[in-house]
Write a protein that binds this ligand. Structure first.
Ligand SMILES: [Zn+2]
Length: 401
């Protein structure tokens, strides 16, 4: 949208940058000017420049759009019956992934595209303006490539997850499957992918296979992410740190050495020169599998950088709601509301090594939300309530509820 746009009458502006109060960089009596899809100016409302148009925030808080750095949106079918069985007492093992693989392979491109569009819209209405999308339910050369091709229609942050599980047809020859992932599947997927990811877990890929796959991805220029330490202790976190991963995700079962390894990579990621490995916590998965939550407090107190993401997928966490994850993080993981909001915005940006999103300062992408509430605190204080009144993506209003 052309022309300038002023957002004013803001109850509280969360900038995630120095110059405001606390870790969220909160400014009061502030206004924000958008030009050419970017934040052009932030300052006291009384000094606001003239603009072509105006949005009155009506005293609501204004925050950076959420950065959901972990989502699996390219799939077909759902697994509601599996969820019901789990709530009735059956344990989660990750085995249901193969159910979704069958449905995904059988779906048309348009069916897959429609699902991504629906979930992307759902997320946007809940404040998510940047979302990472993984493949991982195709698990053939052609199906992984098309999953990423479709994902790339919706986001810049696409992730090749051919190593999600070993598909049934390779069940007794995992070495052959890993060879295919590193060979023809990677070659077909890489043109559409920014990242490579591996499910490093008992029952999925062991550390040697995971290292080999991630190294192949790095060799063709993909950044590294790891599904690590979700179902039990394991080598995934340390492998991620060793390879300079942007993020290790889940982090539910950590040893002291794992926490130290994450903390040693640094506490802030500002400009691309500090290659922090972020601990991305996915409390929707613990909620939906009735599992113990990760110990966010331990990570934060040790000095690790923490992000929150939805893990949106049809099996273990079928939510696209970052506000829900914030509420869980505060209630169940002992994060403060400010820490949780930071982790869902700036933390997600760090996990994707992006400096253009997750903050509201001059030059950042004009991705923001206006709450029907005066403060970010209400995201955790009023769980389950649709508080997001309006979302701007690239400076363009997306919805008004
Ligand atoms: Zn995942």
């Amino acid at each position: 949208m052309r022309g300038s746009l002023l957002v004013d009458n803001i109850g509280e502006l969360v900038t995630n940058s120095p110059g405001g109060d606390g870790p969220l960089g909160i400014r009061r009596d502030a206004a924000l000017l958008v030009e050419d899809g970017q934040v052009a100016w932030v300052g006291p409302a009384r000094d606001a420049p003239a603009a072509d148009r105006r949005i009155d925030a009506e005293g609501g808080a204004v925050l950076p759009g959420f950065v959901d750095s972990h989502a699996h949106l390219v799939f077909a079918g759902d697994r509601a019956a599996e969820f019901a069985a789990r709530m009735a007492g059956e344990p989660y093992t990750g085995g249901g992934i193969r159910t979704t693989v069958g449905a995904t392979r059988a779906a048309s491109d348009d069916e897959l595209r429609a699902t991504v569009r629906r979930l992307r819209g759902e997320a946007m209405r809940q404040g998510t303006t940047t979302i990472e999308i993984k493949s991982g339910y195709g698990l053939t050369v052609a199906d992984e490539a098309r999953s990423l091709r479709i994902a790339a229609e919706f986001t810049e942050d696409t992730t090749f997850l051919g190593a999600h599980v070993v598909p049934a047809e390779y069940a007794d020859r995992p070495d052959d499957y890993v060879g295919m992932v590193c060979g023809p599947m990677l070659a077909a997927a890489a043109p559409y992918a920014r990242w490579i990811d591996v499910f490093c877990e008992r029952g999925a890929f062991d550390v040697d296979h995971a290292r080999a796959i991630l190294a192949c991805g790095q060799a063709v220029g993909l950044g590294v992410r790891v599904h690590a330490n979700q179902l039990g202790p394991g080598p995934g976190v340390q492998l991620g740190v060793e390879l300079g991963a942007a993020s290790v995700d889940h982090c539910t079962h950590l040893t002291d050495a794992d926490v130290d390894a994450l903390a040693s990579t640094g506490t802030t990621w500002v400009s691309g020169f500090e290659p922090t490995t972020v601990a991305t916590l996915l409390p929707g998965a613990e909620f939906s599998t009735r599992s113990p939550y990760p110990d966010a407090r331990r990570l934060l107190d040790a000095g690790a950088t923490v992000a929150l993401a939805t893990d949106c997928n049809p099996g273990s966490s079928y939510t696209s709601s970052m506000p829900f994850c914030i509420a869980l993080a505060v209630r169940e993981m002992r994060m403060t509301p400010a820490e949780a909001v930071w982790a869902a915005t700036a933390g997600g940006a760090a996990a994707l090594r992006r400096t253009d999103v997750g903050r509201l300062t001059r030059g950042a992408r004009a991705d923001l939300m206006i709450l029907d509430a005066p403060s970010h605190l209400h995201l955790a204080y009023r769980p389950g309530v649709p508080l997001i009144r309006q979302v701007l993506h690239n400076g363009v209003p997306q919805c008004r509820q």
